[in-house]
Design a protein around this ligand. Sequence first.
Ligand SMILES: NC(=O)C1=CN([C@@H]2O[C@H](COP(=O)(O)OP(=O)(O)OC[C@H]3O[C@@H](n4cnc5c(N)ncnc54)[C@H](O)[C@@H]3O)[C@@H](O)[C@H]2O)C=CC1
Ligand SMILES: O=c1[nH]c(=O)c2[nH+]cn([C@@H]3O[C@H](COP(=O)(O)O)[C@@H](O)[C@H]3O)c2[nH]1
Ligand SMILES: [K+]
Length: 512
Amino acid sequence: MENGFRPTFDDSILDGYSAPKLFGQGVSYTYDDVIFLPGHIHFGAHEVDLSSNITRNIRLRTPLVSSPMDTVTEAGMAVAMASCGGMGFIHYNNSLEEQLHQVKTAKNHTPGFVVHPLCMLPTSTVAELYDIKERKGFTSVCVTDTGKVGGKLLGMVTTRDWDFVADLHTPLSEVMTTDLETAQYDTITAEKAMQLLKSSKRGKLPIVNSNGELVALATRSLFKDHSNMPLGGPASVGPDGRLLVGAAVGTREADKERVAALRDIGNVDVVVLDSSQGDSTFQVQMVQHIKREHPGLDVICGNVVTTWQARRLIEAGADGLRVGMGSGSICTTQEVCAVGRGQATAVYHTARLANSLGVPIIADGGVQNSGHIVKALALGASAVMCGSMFAGTTEAPGDYITVNGARVKKYRGMGSLEAMTKGSEVRYHSDTQSLKIAQGVSGTVRDKGSVRRNVPYLIQAVKQGFQDLGATSIHEAWRRLDSGEQRLECRTGAAQAEGGVHDMHTFDKRSW
Ligand SMILES: NC(=O)C1=CN([C@@H]2O[C@H](COP(=O)(O)OP(=O)(O)OC[C@H]3O[C@@H](n4cnc5c(N)ncnc54)[C@H](O)[C@@H]3O)[C@@H](O)[C@H]2O)C=CC1
Ligand SMILES: O=c1[nH]c(=O)c2[nH+]cn([C@@H]3O[C@H](COP(=O)(O)O)[C@@H](O)[C@H]3O)c2[nH]1
Ligand SMILES: [K+]
């Protein structure tokens, strides 16, 4: 060549390593160990398309999903994630009835309305309102004859009804407002509800069915909140026109009944077989059972970190795989059991096999920032599953508490003693296993605000990462990786320190 440039990929003259070379050295790397060398930018970050399939049949605009953990995903989170174009997986550290209720609440949700309207009985007291205000920050409740959504609407209680009531034993029936403006469920839309709230100058609009039973609630403050959120795109919606919702299940006999109920009654869109080590006879038999009994239902298997595990589950019928063992922020599996894999290496190897067989993988656990999401996707993942990233948000289950002056919510591993004691005990304290060993910890994470605000910013940051890589889409990033065009290096500890903030006396690290 005249100019000395050889258009071949020769490791001796090019910067960095190709992915097969970097990941073929017998070293377990995780996201922070690896750095991508930049590519050529020929497009704007806004042109990056991150849409991808998380199973053979389910495609998301936003490749982010929330973990099936009892401090991360119940109906509120599933609705918020789907509203942002991602998806949530309802945990199963609960009874079938409770999980089904969460799935139904999310599936039946009308975007724009309150996910869980707070209801009380007419016999509940003002003292109980003080308790709710303290724990949840709410000052208004709907009063129904059952104390639940679905009961006959009797009245509403807002601050102005009870803030001067001195006797805390006063029942709500004595203070509630009964002269209510309501809307009919079959004719109302979120837009119409907002107009009604504007014109009536009221704060709340209960939505009832023809029997006068409470179905939903629209509030002025929620519409105001949503209009302040960054603009995203369309929500994740299934063929039924409802939000996409996933759920976790186990691999025991009783889980067959759970799957049937979640699918037939809850209309769940996808199930994930939730295990730290998915390469088991239990999981193979379960996925085969589900594919046989519920052929239209996609099944995500896992967790896996090797190609052999992935192969077995794909052959058994998996429509998607969840990848990661011990990488989670609350995980102690690698310490306790000595098995697992660095997450970048696990994603790269499993994705190479699974993608070649048309089965998407979800990189699960260990994500601390948008850069980790870029790395996971560019190394072969079709989506990223996060626990800690979404724990502590407004939509995560549980109440905020103050610890050492910080506003926090609980976050715990599903294999922590605390979570096992609550519900997953049957999985551990089984007939064959009498001593409980924790594979996770429980603790708290800071208040992170709303998922609806964080996800659009996270996605914008990921798009900027893809722009720097020179990849306009996830598939383009994979093509670059496979062809050797994408160069990578392993970072030393000093290089990692250099890549973070250093030499500052004080600084304020706000990402957006
Ligand atoms: N991704 C990760 O690194 C990890 C995740 N976790 C999370 O913790 C939770 C529990 O995970 P695991 O302990 O792996 O749950 P698991 O339900 O897969 O296993 C619990 C125990 O039950 C046994 N078991 C499962 N199906 C059975 C059947 N049909 N008959 C007899 N025994 C059966 C398993 O062999 C194991 O001993 C999950 O939510 C998981 O996601 C826990 C550890 C690591
Ligand atoms: O070793 C573990 N012990 C546990 O108790 C546990 N609970 C959850 N998980 C896994 O961690 C993922 C969430 O990880 P992040 O908080 O890092 O997003 C989740 O999505 C799970 O894969 C556990 N792993
Ligand atoms: K860990």
